[in-house]
Design a protein around this ligand. Structure first.
Ligand code: SAM
Length: 204
C-alpha cells in the first residue's frame, strides 16, 4: 500500500489557508474576469516569506487588483514598512488602490501606474524582497534591476516560472553567481494555473 495520502491534490486543496471577505471577493472577481492572481496558497506563502526574512520594504512587479499586494502589504505593516507595487494597466492600478484602502493598507502601499521596466530604471533600493509577477518575457530584462534594488541577502520570488516566457530567466538565474536560486515545480491550489513553477532566489 502506498505511503502517500490518497488523492493528494484534493487533500492539499482542502488545506488552503483561510482568508477574509475582501480576499474572497477579489478571488471571485478574478475568477469571473479571468485575472490570473496567485490565490490563497501562494498569497500566504508570500506573507510567510516576507515575515521570515523580516522584510520591511518590499517591491512587487505586477499588481493587478491588489490580491497578492494585500498579503505583502500586511507583512510590511507588521514592520511599519512599505510595499511599492508596479502596474502598467491604469484601470487595474486604480482598482488595486481601492482594494488597499479597503484593507486599511493605503498608508503602507504605494501603487505606481507605469511599465515596470521603465519604472525600475528610475528606482532606488534597497528592498528586502521582490515579488515578480509581470509578463513572463519581461522577467529576464527585469532581473538586473532586481539585483541592483535588492539588498545583499534579499529575497527574489518569481511566480509562473513554468511558462515558456520565463525559460531564459530560469536559465540565466541558475547560471549566475550573483544569485543562489531554486526552481520548484509546484502544485499550487487555486493558483492560475495550479501546476506551475515557483522560483526563490537569494541575492548574493
Ligand atoms: C499575473 S497579474 C498579477 C497578479 C497579482 N500579482 C496577484 O496575484 O494578485 C500580472 C499583472 O502585471 C501587469 N503587467 C504585466 N506586464 C507589466 C509590466 N511590464 N509592467 C507593469 N505591469 C505589468 C498586468 O497588467 C497584470 O495586471
Amino acid at each position: 500500500m502506498s505511503k502517500m495520502i490518497p488523492d493528494l491534490e484534493e487533500a492539499f486543496r482542502k488545506l488552503a489557508p483561510a482568508r477574509d471577505r475582501l480576499l474572497k471577493e477579489l478571488e471571485e472577481e478574478a475568477r469571473h474576469e479571468r485575472i490570473p492572481i496567485v490565490g490563497p496558497v501562494v498569497g500566504e506563502l508570500l506573507y510567510v516569506l516576507a515575515r521570515a526574512v523580516d522584510a520591511g520594504v518590499v517591491l512587487e512587479l505586477g499588481t493587478a487588483t491588489g490580491y497578492s499586494g494585500i498579503y505583502l502589504g500586511r507583512a510590511c505593516k507588521e514592520k511599519r514598512g512599505r510595499l511599492v507595487t508596479l502596474e502598467k494597466d491604469k484601470a487595474m492600478a486604480k482598482r488595486a488602490m481601492a482594494s488597499f484602502k479597503r484593507a486599511g493598507l493605503d498608508g503602507f502601499i504605494e501603487v505606481i501606474a507605469g511599465d515596470a521596466l521603465g519604472e525600475l530604471e528610475k528606482m532606488r533600493g534597497p528592498f528586502d524582497m521582490v515579488f515578480m509577477d509581470i509578463d513572463k518575457e519581461e522577467y529576464l530584462p527585469a532581473l538586473s534591476h532586481c539585483h541592483r534594488l535588492l539588498r545583499r541577502g534579499g529575497l527574489l520570488v518569481a511566480d509562473n516560472v513554468g511558462f515558456r516566457g520565463a525559460d531564459d530567466f530560469n536559465r540565466a538565474l541558475s547560471e549566475s553567481s550573483q544569485w543562489r536560486a531554486v526552481h520548484l515545480l509546484s502544485f499550487l491550489p487555486f493558483h492560475s494555473p495550479e501546476k506551475d513553477g515557483l522560483c526563490l532566489a537569494l541575492r548574493m
